[in-house]
Write a protein that binds this ligand. Structure first.
Ligand code: ADP
Length: 518
């Protein structure tokens, strides 16, 4: 496989493959189907472009991104890879020219839209060629679980199986939850594919989660201390974007805003001013993002917790595209869960999809409470194995935090859940432990439990916080629906039997303060 290095160097000018490119290319060339999950910018294109030069016949790339095809093909021709494209945007003359190149075997790599493959005439031209590889880009489009379902993708497997000699199939995507993964393998008819998940780690991004602080004050001091940095502050609602924008623009900060409720003209203007550094900071909803390719974004702050890790990492990942150190800060407030649940409940999604979103939300929520390495947590979500236990570049791996033993508190909480019959949510359990006179507590007779009031020195908010921490660590199972119930997991028995200790991460400054006041 010396040749693939030669192509890498002569065509692209690179010396080394990155992520799993080499393994992916080798597998394709050897005729094994592959399924690659790599984030945008990870370097997927090379993984099918290089094999196309290793095969004798034609290779086909199926892609929904019609508007990019011309530029991609022009660039490939420029560097010396004979490529063509065929889609609905080209003129008859361009179409005929491309077809001629294919017929005369002057084309190694052909880009087509999935819809083209529905045209019988065109399909039969391809079926009569010797096709060695079919690469399916944006493969998640085959799945209804993905965000860009394209009916045309459902015909790809029939197309593939129509060849007398089945070409090797390589699927690529940047999004990767379990349902989508299964759909890609099944609906594209991949045959025993090697699965590669890589490139999700962004070492230069510092991941931070901050819970329970005054968010406006935090933003103010952050903006004050980072006056020259470019950044995005994402909020869950348009209203909050407007409020923060007016507050900080009045204070003289170079800020702007972006959300779906603004006129298209204003949005474009604000986006451009941000791109050209006229404004440093944008307050925005998740509408801000498509096509934001600004390299020097130094921080992405989430004022609210987003709905899923996927959304979070995509938005946070807009920081530090230039490879320089950047911060991704999630400011978590407990109301965030309520906001997101409201949004899910009031969406037009069917029940199945809503339930799926509730479970995504739960994983996101656990991210905010885990005391594990945040990088490991995120990579784990995408299915990529992180080789280390700690990254030294996230809240939980930082020296500013200290592990504090909360085994006793955990035992009190777990035994309360047990005694209350595993039928209540975190708030109710917290009220019982607090010894609240709340009507529901009394009506259910929960004030008669032996665990009633055994944590009265804590606020109910603190107890709920501890319950969430225990859930994130797997000691408690919080059911994934609209009215979640806290239940015991198998692991919780070990805590109750004193076989394991439970810890939480606490900022050193806070631990110190507590000690001082004792
Ligand atoms: P994706 O399709 O995954 O979004 P691309 O294939 O467009 O990513 O690659 C992103 C960028 O990384 C491109 O500019 C590409 O030239 C560059 N790149 C890809 N592979 C390598 C490599 N091995 N070494 C250096 N740069 C690379």
């Amino acid at each position: 496989m010396e040749k693939i290095y030669e192509i890498l160097k002569t065509l692209y000018g690179y010396d080394e493959f990155r992520n799993k490119q080499k393994e992916i290319i080798e597998n394709i060339v050897e005729g094994n189907d592959v399924f690659t999950i790599m984030p945008t910018g990870g370097g997927k294109s090379i993984c099918y472009q290089i094999p196309s030069l290793m095969f004798n016949g034609l290779s086909i790339v199926i892609s929904p991104l019609i508007s990019l095809m011309k530029d991609q093909v022009d660039e490939l021709k420029r560097i010396g890879l004979p490529a063509e494209y065929i889609n609905s945007s080209q003129s008859q003359a361009e179409y005929s020219e491309a077809l001629e190149a294919i017929e005369e075997n002057r084309c190694k790599l052909l880009y087509v839209s999935p819809e083209r493959l529905e045209l019988e005439g065109f399909k039969s031209i391809l079926l009569n060629k010797s096709v060695d590889m079919i690469a399916v880009d944006e493969a998640h489009c085959v799945s209804q679980w993905g965000h860009d379902f394209r009916p045309g993708y459902r015909n790809i497997s029939t197309f593939i199986s129509s060849f007398d000699k089945r070409p090797v199939v390589a699927a690529f995507t940047a999004t990767a939850n379990e349902e989508v993964k299964k759909d890609i393998v099944n609906l594209l008819g991949l045959s025993n594919p090697e699965i590669f998940i890589s490139g999700f780690d962004r070492e230069n991004l510092e991941l931070r989660v901050l819970r329970g602080l005054d968010r406006d004050l935090f933003i103010e001091s952050y903006l004050h201390n980072h006056r020259d940095s470019s950044g995005i502050v994402y909020c869950a609602t348009r209203k909050r974007v407007d409020e923060l924008y007016s507050k900080f623009s009045k204070k003289g900060y170079p800020v702007s805003r972006y959300h779906g409720g603004m006129s298209p003209g204003e949005r474009t203007e604000n986006q451009e001013r941000f791109m050209y550094d006229d404004t440093k900071v944008v307050f925005a909803t998740n509408a801000f993002g498509m096509g934001i390719d600004k390299s020097n974004i130094r921080f992405v702050i989430h004022y609210n917790m987003p709905q899923s890790i996927e959304n979070y990492y995509q938005e946070a990942g807009r920081a530090g595209r230039d490879g320089l150190d950047s911060e991704c800060i999630l400011l978590f407030g407990r109301q965030d869960i309520t906001i997101q649940k409201y949004l899910i409940e009031n969406s037009i999604d069917n029940v199945e999809r809503q339930n799926h979103k509730y479970s995504q939300l739960k994983i996101m929520n656990d991210y905010c409470y885990t005391s594990d390495c945040l990088r490991k947590y995120i990579l784990g979500y995408f299915g990529e194995i992180y080789g280390k236990d700690s990254c030294s570049n996230c809240t939980n791996c930082s020296d500013d935090f200290e592990k504090v033993d909360i085994t006793l508190e955990a035992q009190k909480i777990l035994s309360c859940i047990h005694r209350a019959g595993q039928r209540f949510g975190a708030n109710m359990i917290a009220l019982v432990l607090k010894g609240s006179q709340n009507k529901k507590v009394l009506n259910f007779g929960l004030n008669k439990l032996s665990t009633y009031g055994i944590m009265e020195e804590y606020s109910t908010e603190e107890i709920v916080e501890l319950i969430n921490i225990l859930a994130a660590e797997g000691y408690i199972i919080i059911t994934e629906d609209k009215f979640p119930i806290a239940k015991l997991s198998n692991l919780s028995k070990k805590v109750l039997r004193n076989e394991v200790k439970v810890y939480r991460n606490v900022e050193k400054a806070i631990v110190q303060k507590d000690m001082d006041s004792e």
